[in-house]
Design a protein. Sequence first.
Lengths: 393, 140
Amino acid sequence: MYLSKDEERMLVGEFGYAMQKAMEILIALGKIYDAEKLIPITSAHISGVSYANVGEDGLEFLEELASDGKVLVKTTLNPAGMDLDRWSLMGIDREFAENQLRVIDVYRKMGVEVTCTCTPYLVNNMPKLGDHVAWSESSAVVYANSVIGARTNRESGMSALAAAITGRTPLYGLHIKDNRQPTVEVRVPQPDGEFGFACLGMVIGRLVGDGIPFIKGMFHAEPDELKALGAALASVGGVPMFHIEGITPEAKEYTDRSMEKLVVTEADIMSIKKEYTSEADPDLIFLGCPHLSLIELKKIASVLIGKKVRKKLWLCCSKHVKLEADKLGITRALEAAGATIVCDTCPIVAPVRDLGISVVATNSAKGAWYSRNLNNFSVKLLSTEECLREATE
Amino acid sequence: MPQGSDRMNAILELRGRVIKGGRAEGEALVSSQPISFYGGIDPDTGIVREKGHELEGKSVAGKVLIFPHGKGSTVGSYIIYRLKKKGVAPSAIINQRCEPIVAVGAIISDIPTIDCVDISNFKSGDWIKIEDGKIIVERR
């Protein structure tokens, strides 16, 4: 792999320990994927934040890196294992909270913005069409590639951090235009709302595995709906990006391409919901996987106004979005109805099993999938409206 | 020339691609199956605990661990780091084709690692010396 003079100096440690380690990681990845060189990136997004996943060992390594490491580009952070301010209200114990805050402090010391969200594109980490970035968090990767048209591989937390420290990433995979071509055409009916898009994502993800679908048959799609679609695609399959004819920015280049064709029906989409029909009453109903946008919070508030929430209802979003909602009086309205706004985290990365939760309801196909497969919860997958009805009944 | 039964002979010298440079030696522990460090190896003892794995019950501590490639969660990189801190990491790693979990784990843990080697050349119990991309295999 070609290295510039500066990159060679980084590799031999002239710019310190963190830079050297980060460079070693990127070069190893470059070798593995046959990259010819490193390219500059404009932003990074780092997963591996919850103390439940990082653990004492991961934290120890991060502390070593932070001894002299600083990020060179705009870098945001994925959700942590708790609301950083209101963890005790969530029922998180002090020991976990203290360890979690140590992880956060290490990232902050390196210059990472403590956004703690899986939706960096909603908190001002918004690349431009064609920008090279290094993002981890599979749902954000799909959104960046597909909806924004920025270019990123599916990074791990560590490779994204290495990219942030050096401001570079190896040139391979989705950074190269040829690798962004669709691999299979999927004709679909117009899905209904975020929930319909999420279920469609599960269906297509199973069909295409880690391929790139070219979706035809949709007339319109809101950003929040594409967020739900991408999250589902990335969790069940390994889909790194999608194209939608007439909607996503790179789709027009592939309109006339001939490729394998698949068809998804309304019945296929409906069948996803039937896979998650827990009979038990949910201990927790959560919305916001991926994190809710301001628009989604507004919609939920408009449903809940004048009603009384009778079950534990978590609305998960970034602190950034909550602050906007605070200004508009939305937070007050939601809390008056009895909902809890949970920032910086979600039930997938928080130690929710310790909170006595075993049955959950959600409108998120990704959330349902991980709740069952990672946390062994019993799961009800419902539309947003049904979730809110369940919470207020 | 007759040899003592416990005498090791250098039988092979191979070259591979350096993922993490360095010098190491140790007894080979060979798996024809991929290894998941997260969930597959006890991070405090170095003992393989994946049910039904051909190395189940064996320790990777101090061994030159030879397997086709890693698999599973990227948390596996941190497991390799923990093995190192506990003193039960492999002394070196040889892969058929290294992937990012093992590569990142080896780099942050300073474990010499080589790939692009035909691992059918090795048997558990061989004595392996590696120095950057060079591998010397000794066998009784």
